[in-house]
Design a binder for this molecule. Structure first.
Ligand code: COA
Length: 360
């Protein structure tokens, strides 16, 4: 197998155009084989960005493996640039007809060697299993998550692959999906049509779509920074990120480049940021929403803000977008967040294993 490395930004636009369709076809083939469904098919603007765009905070490296000119394997690394510069999040996939021939191991080895040479020794990866796959062999051997919550069947190809390459299974996440507007029970602390001004606890919820309004950049930066420390298991996968208004602006610009539109609900007490939640959708597939960050700052927990934020944001999505369903990911030990999601009508769609390996 001939492996080519592509660092984001090093190919000309024409060269990216020349391979984009082929890479998309490969990614689509892999996704169709995963059982996760067509909603998870790759989006051209996202793959283009992974191949071509760098900013001060994040870049990507892609590896393409070919046999007889045809793509048979692909690897991708997410590489933070301003903090956590020794971290790399890696993923690789092999064409279904070429598996169990050592190609995955060979590609991952090349990826790891290049990461090590670049000083990136804290590696993470992930695997995604539809519930039918995880539930198929309840009696078989399982690997327990290091978090102490949840397990994955050891015989699954991706589980066996990562475990066999020295990765340690740290955390299990539940990916779940809900229809927007349809099935929310309103059992949370507030209904979708709450008027925050009527409440006596002093919290106000604002919602918007698209880039962060100029006067909210600082609050959103504070909350993104807390996301890197105040969520279950955050310390496992990296150190505190540094966020300021400039970084939020760059994130918004990057989202615009991917044709990604984000709906945000922000909870404020006075001018103090208490929590936020984000749901993204892509102009190229506008009926699907992707839950992004949700956080209530520690000192503001216990006021039902998580549910109020989600319900307000979903109401806004229902009114102002064509999003029909939203996917979300939560650590299984985050029972508080799962309870909020269950109340909002979410049902399990997949199980996601988070893995790490230290090369140091
Ligand atoms: C996981 C994946 C990349 C493995 O690629 P591959 O080329 O088949 O992997 P290899 O041939 O190098 O296998 C290496 C080891 O992984 C384990 N493994 C791989 N596939 C397996 C399977 N179907 N059943 C059990 N173990 C398996 C075995 O230990 C194997 O060693 P062995 O063949 O000597 O027993 C491939 O199945 C794939 O593309 N899956 C979809 C993408 C994905 O899940 N990626 C997550 C990992 S980053």
């Amino acid at each position: 197998m001939e492996i080519t490395r592509i660092r984001a930004g090093e190919l000309s636009e024409q060269a990216v155009d020349g391979i984009l369709a082929e890479v998309l076809d490969f990614d689509t083939l892999i996704n169709r084989g995963s059982g996760l469904g067509e909603d998870f098919d790759p989006l051209p603007a996202e793959v283009r960005r992974q191949l071509s765009s760098v900013n001060d905070y994040l870049t990507h490296t892609t590896w393409i493996g070919r046999l007889g000119g045809m793509i048979v394997a692909k690897g991708l690394a997410y590489l933070p640039l301003s903090d956590n510069i020794d971290v790399a999040d890696l993923w690789c996939a092999v064409h279904p007809a070429y598996r169990r021939q050592g190609l995955g191991s060979r590609l991952l080895q090349v990826m790891e060697e290049e990461m090590r040479a670049a000083g990136r020794t804290r590696l993470s990866s992930y695997c995604e299993l539809p519930p039918t796959v995880r539930d198929a062999a309840p009696q078989g051997a399982h690997i327990a998550a290091g978090s102490g919550f949840g397990s994955l069947p050891s015989a699954q190809p991706d589980v066996a692959f990562l475990a066999g390459r020295g990765y340690s299974f740290r955390q299990l996440e539940r990916c779940s999906v809900a229809r927007v507007g349809g099935e929310a029970t309103g059992d949370g602390p507030a209904g979708a049509d709450e008027d925050p001004a009527d409440r006596e606890d002093g919290y106000v919820i604002e919602t918007w779509q698209g880039p962060t309004p100029e006067h909210r950049l600082e609050q959103i930066a504070v909350l993104h920074q807390k996301m890197s420390t105040d969520t279950p298991g955050a310390a496992e996968f990296g150190d505190e990120e540094k966020w300021d208004a400039a970084r939020v602006r760059v994130l918004d610009a990057e989202r615009a480049e991917k044709r990604e539109i984000v709906s945000t609900a922000l909870a404020l007490r006075g001018e103090e940021a208490a929590g936020f939640t984000e749901v993204a959708h892509f102009a190229d597939r506008p009926e699907i929403g992707w839950q992004g960050s949700t956080l209530v700052a520690r000192e503001h927990r216990g006021h039902g803000l998580g549910a109020r934020l989600k319900i307000a944001n979903h109401a806004r999505l229902g009114a102002d977008s064509s999003v029909e369903r939203v996917y979300t990911w939560n650590a299984v030990e985050n029972t508080w967040m799962l309870a909020i999601n269950d109340a909002a009508g979410f049902a399990t769609w997949a199980w996601v294993g988070l893995w790490k390996k230290n090369l140091a």
